[in-house]
Unconditional design. Structure first.
Length: 151
């Protein structure tokens, strides 16, 4: 499971019909890629990291606070392209990305576990063509991979 976290001042997801699907104020935009081989432990590892990662400024301007500390908001968007394999050729392969019958339940469980943290959680629409609008605060963007925990 791979995640690109972006610390944002605000973010929203707009669908093809131009309706707003989800939007947040200060917090984290979470782009989530689910692999075929992902298990519950991958999900739990990343949920813990997201909730505890100290990437928000304290009063001294030092990144020392977590999303929970600031009572920030979360926007989760499924993005299978995070699993692109680009080693061979020029056309990315998405062979490692989970099929919808595996990815959708895992995505939904991921969202439910974040909701259980008692923070506001908004989402995109799984499998839809979406436009993301965000104001990256910092900018701060952090890559997390449940299979590479040595970062």
């Amino acid at each position: 499971m791979r995640i690109l976290l972006q610390r944002v001042s605000s973010a929203s997801v707009i669908l093809e019909d131009l309706s707003i699907c989800g939007q947040i104020g200060p917090g984290l935009l979470i782009l989530l890629g689910i692999e075929s081989a992902d298990k519950e432990e991958d999900l739990d590892y990343l949920i813990h990291k997201i909730l505890k990662l100290r990437i928000f400024d304290d009063p001294a301007g030092i990144m020392n606070l977590s999303i929970q500390d600031i009572r920030g908001e979360l926007l989760v968007v499924s993005q299978f392209t995070l699993l692109a394999a680009t080693k061979k050729g020029n056309r990315p392969s998405y062979i490692r990305a989970a099929r919808p019958e595996v990815a959708i339940p895992m995505y939904e469980e991921f969202v439910q576990k974040l909701i259980a943290s008692d923070l506001k959680v908004a989402t995109g629409k799984f499998g839809a063509l979406m436009q993301l609008h965000l104001v990256n605060n910092g900018p701060v963007s952090i890559w997390l991979d449940s299979k590479s925990r040595d970062y």
